[in-house]
Write a protein that binds this ligand. Structure first.
Ligand code: NAD
Length: 328
């Protein structure tokens, strides 16, 4: 049984991570300011006596001190809190930079002072516009001039988050980096501040056409939330490499599905799954700086975490649709 703090614990990934850690018998304190997460996401976790929630800003020390008071000592910190969502990268660039950098500085400092292990939720966006595919842990980051657009408020902040982690590892901390690739599943936000899979299903539910950005040929490796959570849990609970036993500190794990799919095919999959509710597809729009392809080299996760994705895109989309129907 470990004592664990999850920042951003009321969010899409954080809330499922809390549930899974609780199911494994750990004690968990989640910190969230509800800027994007919801108490509904915690409705299962809250039933467990090993769970506590603290509402607060992950950039401030106060919620961490409250978490320490609950747990008495902390073994692991999963840092999931961040401002996410492509629309916000452009429209709220300074807020994105502020929260994404200061919450990482604070959570890392707290974990270091507690002697806790640290797991950073980074992103493939930390690599910017690099065209080298698949993205690996050795790929170089490449960013366009900031005057063109501010999309990389997010990617550049994740890059600096990774710099902070490597610096802390150099100072003796056990910190690991996880990069989820286009997570999807129930609880995703379907508004225009959300993510594409949820937006497509919400278009169907509202009998509106599915808008596919650009020419629809851009690809992503959509990874189901259950696979992502499994990867995060392995990254935070394994003491050493699954296969070699070597330390995991300073390693970066890409968690990506091996099916690469373009947006037009994704929309067609959604229409197949919703059957008679299918809606028309329209093309156009999108954001500056959107990448044409995104796939990840998962070999470090396979070798050191014993991780591999298990949910196909078709099965994962089917599960999202089923969950939408079982919501009250
Ligand atoms: N979902 C993905 O596909 C994906 C991909 C790459 C990286 N990530 C990263 O994984 C992490 C979790 O992503 P998610 O999809 O669950 O996002 P999310 O927006 O659902 O969750 C983030 C949570 O952090 C909370 N939060 C934001 N600012 C906060 C603050 N100052 N103090 C306390 N809480 C705060 C939000 O309320 C939210 O509940 C993020 O760091 C994100 O950047 C996610």
């Amino acid at each position: 049984m470990s004592r664990i703090v999850v920042t951003g614990g009321a969010g899409f990934l954080g809330s499922s991570l809390c549930e899974r850690l609780l199911a494994e018998g750990h004690r968990v304190v989640a910190i969230d300011d509800f800027s994007r997460g919801t108490s509904a996401n915690l409705s299962e976790a809250i039933k467990n006596g090993n769970f506590a929630f603290i509402e607060g800003n992950a950039c401030d020390p106060t919620p961490y001190l409250a978490a320490l008071e609950r747990l008495e000592a902390v073994d692991t910190v999963y840092h999931m809190a961040a401002i996410n969502g492509t629309k916000l990268f452009h429209e709220q660039a300074r807020r994105v930079i502020d929260i994404n950098i200061n919450a990482t500085l604070m959570s890392l400092q707290m974990a270091e002072s507690w002697g806790a292990r640290y797991v950073l939720a980074s992103s493939p966006e930390a690599l910017g516009i690099t065209e080298e595919m698949p993205l690996s842990h050795t790929s170089f980051s490449r960013f366009p001039p900031a005057s063109l657009h501010q999309r990389f408020a997010y990617g550049a902040s994740k890059y600096l988050d990774e710099v902070m982690v490597h610096h802390a590892v150099g100072q003796g901390m056990d910190a690991r980096i996880v990069r989820p690739f286009n997570g999807y599943g129930p609880r995703l936000i379907g508004t225009d501040e959300g993510q594409v899979v949820a937006m497509m299903f919400s278009a169907v539910l509202n009998s509106e056409s599915i808008n596919v950005h650009g020419d629809g040929q851009q690809t992503r490796s959509f990874t189901h939330v259950d696979d992502l959570v499994d990867g995060f849990v392995r990254a935070g609970t394994l003491d050493g490499s699954h296969s070699t036993g070597e330390p995991l500190a300073g390693l970066t794990f890409n968690l990506a599905n091996d099916e690469e799919i373009n947006m037009l095919d994704l929309a067609q999959h959604v229409n197949e799954i919703v059957g008679s509710l299918a809606v028309e597809l329209t093309l156009g729009g999108g954001y500056h700086g959107d990448s044409r392809r995104r796939t990840g080299d998962t070999s470090p996760a396979v070798t050191h975490l014993g991780w591999s994705p298990s949910v196909t895109i078709h099965e994962g989309l089917r599960r999202v649709w089923k969950a939408l129907h079982s919501q009250p």
